[in-house]
Design a protein around this ligand. Structure first.
Ligand code: SF4
Length: 246
């Protein structure tokens, strides 16, 4: 997402989408407790963070501290603490698994093949996510349909059979313009990399800035096929999205 807009002109239909999102969050808190929001600390996730913390909705917030995040992303944790007096819970990878990967495959072996990239994502994201979701009835993401080809059929609510709970995507039908309108209008803190050509932000070695007109996820795992750009965390038709072979 390129943060080029300085206007707060309300997009057509924005109020309805915002009210629908608030209603979904309230329904999750009422009917799926305990529920958790998996925040990547990206712009969309800051919208949900603001909505949850501003309204004191009974939904916990966690983030996966992979050990390879950009400093600007870690700065967002401090901004959240300062703005909302809320500490986002962090889940870390198993240190033995990380050490084994680095010693036997290499620190940056994820550049060498899709399999090695998936293995790194499994150690640093997928396994910790499983721990973060344990004992919850639902989890929430900030994914939007228009973010990528792999998210075009995203539903607001889907069953995550792999983790055995419901998964909600309350911003599924939000546009990029909606997200930045909300952030601008409510002075929501956000990752400074969004102002430097990074519309989508993941681990530092796997994310780069994009050029105007490029797909908003073109900077993520840029050396891979566009259809494989997921980390195995998300669900399509009740199953985790798998990385397609190049
Ligand atoms: S995004 Fe890159 S560094 Fe982060 S877990 Fe996946 S492969 Fe590893």
């Amino acid at each position: 997402m390129q943060n080029t807009s300085s206007t707060t002109t309300e997009p057509v239909g924005f109020a309805d989408r915002l009210n629908a999102t608030k209603a979904i969050l309230e329904r999750i808190a009422a009917n799926f407790s305990p529920a958790v929001f998996a925040s990547s600390l990206a712009a969309e996730d800051m919208v949900l963070t603001d909505l949850i913390l501003r309204d004191k909705t009974a939904i916990g917030i966690f983030s996966l501290e992979t050990g390879r995040l950009p400093a600007a992303t870690l700065d967002v944790l401090a901004k959240v603490k300062q703005t909302y007096d809320y500490q986002i819970k962090l889940f870390y990878p198993n240190p033995d698994a990380v050490a084994n990967y680095v010693e036997n495959k290499g620190l940056n072996a994820f550049y060498d093949s899709v399999e090695l990239r998936k293995e790194c994502c499994h150690i640093r994201k997928v396994e910790p996510l499983g721990r973060a979701l344990a004992d919850n009835k639902a989890w929430i993401t900030g994914q939007r349909r228009s973010q990528s080809s792999t998210r075009a059929s995203l539903d607001v609510q889907e069953h995550d059979a792999a983790h055995g709970l419901e998964k909600f995507n309350p911003l599924a039908d939000w546009s990029e313009e909606d997200v930045w309108h909300y952030i601008r209008s409510n002075q929501v803190p956000y990752n400074a990399l969004h102002d430097q050509g990074y519309p989508s932000i993941g681990c530092e070695p796997c994310t780069r800035a994009i050029q105007p007109g490029e797909d908003i996820r073109a900077g993520r795992w840029w050396w891979e096929n566009p259809d494989s750009k997921e980390c195995g965390l998300h669900v399509v038709d009740g199953k985790l999205v798998r990385i397609k072979a190049i």
